[in-house]
Design a protein around this ligand. Structure first.
Ligand SMILES: Cc1cc2nc3c(=O)[nH]c(=O)nc-3n(C[C@H](O)[C@H](O)[C@H](O)COP(=O)(O)OP(=O)(O)OC[C@H]3O[C@@H](n4cnc5c(N)ncnc54)[C@H](O)[C@@H]3O)c2cc1C
Length: 458
């Protein structure tokens, strides 16, 4: 035990690590240290200056249907800073033109026949075949027989609807095809619907909110406020501290950084799966081997400050999704000022262009300046307007998106059990690879892990 109680190290200072520290710090008798290898906390949540604007380089919003993140928002007092995207609609590019998706879809999945029959995205023949499948394939057994969401969706609505609606939407969020992706992780609400299972509902006030949110000043505001709060609760935040090794001791875990060696009662790892695998190679070889085998996708986020007339695109359109067979490197374009009015100034407006999916690494081989001029050309073609480039930032997110293969959840259950046995309960895992990459899910998992850590001292 530390001087003040259970001495716990959190490895990784991304949103998961800070959330784990937040929930641990709710107990007065916890001595918590966060180790972050980078010079700043926040991990993938980070903003940069572009012109006179501050723009998020990674996530720019979170879904509001999960409770744990609101515990943090309310405890830190960030409720007044909450903002919501001004536009939520996406257009789909097909055959050189931008097509509207019908309203009221469930993560892209049709909830009534009109959504299929009036769809602008499908050809008349595709509409008919999609409609017939949707009407006739009503049995829940197929959805229960697999966790491959691409296969399941194709069974219920057919390949064209998957290719031109569901893959750009669901696959786009995860930077990978829906084929070979876990439905339980990437599209659980559709899977439950198809399996005839009840939807998970939350009953707190925030469910009245629009589905997405951020903060005035950007999502990174959350990181700054969490750090201040944690310092106030006595949590030690150590940047530039690379954790390089862990060893079990009779009392806990010896944690080695490039500067120091220190013993802790408990360790919570929130590092990416490859790093976590290396740190656990001696303590839990089976866990390490599974984590190192998790495949990941890389994405390049090109954030452009531009001079462009986009008034021909309706103001409630937040962006454009580009299906994989359309011949573009671009996978999605966010129309900055439509989504976040803050992303416009006298200097210009922001376009965020994503490129890269699981198995597609071409975007990583192109020099940033060449990539930007290529993407500008594509954006002009996609959006049908001249775009004048004023400034840009290119952020490579190498290996940042976990490929959630079917039955990933069951694999993680096994990993958690194996690690608990091998580490005698001294080490816990958290992070975007455990149950899903959305920030609210990361925070929910961090909360559960913190609760297990606290309860083990009783
Ligand atoms: C481009 C992009 C867009 C996204 N958009 C959204 C979105 O709109 N909404 C949403 O909800 N989610 C989004 N996500 C997903 C979300 O950002 C991530 O899942 C989440 O931020 C992961 O947080 P984390 O703390 O688990 O991991 P990370 O942020 O990766 O943090 C892990 C930390 O561990 C540190 N670390 C690594 N090795 C060591 C070591 N040896 N010792 C100490 N520290 C170490 C790293 O430096 C890092 O800071 C997006 C992700 C990306 C890349």
């Amino acid at each position: 035990m530390g001087v003040f109680g259970l001495k716990t190290a959190v490895v990784g200072g991304g949103v998961t690590g800070l959330a784990a520290a937040f929930f641990l710090a709710q107990q007065p008798e916890m001595e918590v240290t966060v180790f972050e290898s980078d010079s700043r906390m926040g991990g993938k949540v980070q903003a940069e200056e572009l012109g006179d604007l501050s723009v998020e380089m990674g996530p720019d919003s979170f879904v509001t249907r999960s409770a744990a993140i609101f515990e943090i928002i309310s405890e830190i007092g960030l409720g007044d800073l909450l903002i919501h995207p001004k536009a939520n609609r996406a257009l789909i590019l097909r055959g050189g033109s931008l097509r509207t998706l019908p309203q009221g879809l469930n993560l892209g999945f049709p909830t009534n026949s009109a959504q299929i029959l009036k769809s602008e995205v499908l050809t008349p023949l595709e509409k008919l075949s999609t409609y017939l499948r949707w009407r006739l394939q009503r049995d829940a057994d197929f959805a229960k027989s697999s966790d491959d969401i691409g296969r399941i969706l194709q069974y219920y609505v057919g390949r064209p609807y998957v290719r031109y609606v569901l893959d750009p939407l669901i696959g786009g969020i995860n930077a990978a095809s829906v084929y070979g992706a876990s439905g339980e992780i990437t599209a659980s609400q559709i899977l439950r619907l198809l399996r005839g299972e009840p939807q998970v509902t939350t009953t707190t006030d925030h469910t009245q909110m629009p589905p997405f949110a951020s903060f005035e000043g950007g999502l990174s505001v959350l990181i700054g406020h969490m750090q201040e709060y944690l310092k106030g609760r006595g949590v030690a935040l150590r940047t530039n501290s690379v954790v390089s090794d862990l060893k079990l001791t009779s009392n806990g875990v010896m944690l080695e950084t490039d500067l120091d060696v220190e013993e802790f009662d408990k360790v919570i790892l929130t590092t990416p799966p490859s790093v976590t695998g290396i740190l656990l190679r001696d303590i839990s070889p089976e866990t390490a081997q599974i984590l190192r085998s998790i495949r990941r996708a890389s994405v390049t986020m090109s954030t452009l400050l531009v001079d462009a007339d986009l008034t021909h695109i309706p103001s409630d359109v937040a962006g454009v999704l580009v299906p994989r067979d359309q011949g573009f490197l671009t996978t999605a374009i966010t129309l900055g000022p439509n989504k976040w009015p803050e992303w416009r100034s006298n200097a210009g407006q922001i376009l965020r262009i994503s490129s890269g999916r699981f198995g597609e690494g071409e975007h990583l081989k192109i020099r940033p300046d060449e990539l930007v001029s290529l993407l500008i050309g594509e954006a002009q073609e996609i959006l049908g307007t001249h775009i004048g480039l004023l400034d840009y930032r290119v952020k490579r997110w190498v290996g940042s998106f976990v490929r959630f293969a079917p039955y990933h959840r069951q694999l993680m259950n096994k990993v958690e059990k194996t690690l608990a046995a091998d580490s005698k309960g001294a080490i816990e895992l958290s992070g975007s690879f455990v149950r899903g990459s959305g920030i609210p899910t990361c925070i929910q998992v961090a909360k559960e892990v913190a609760a297990r850590t606290q309860s083990s001292r009783l």
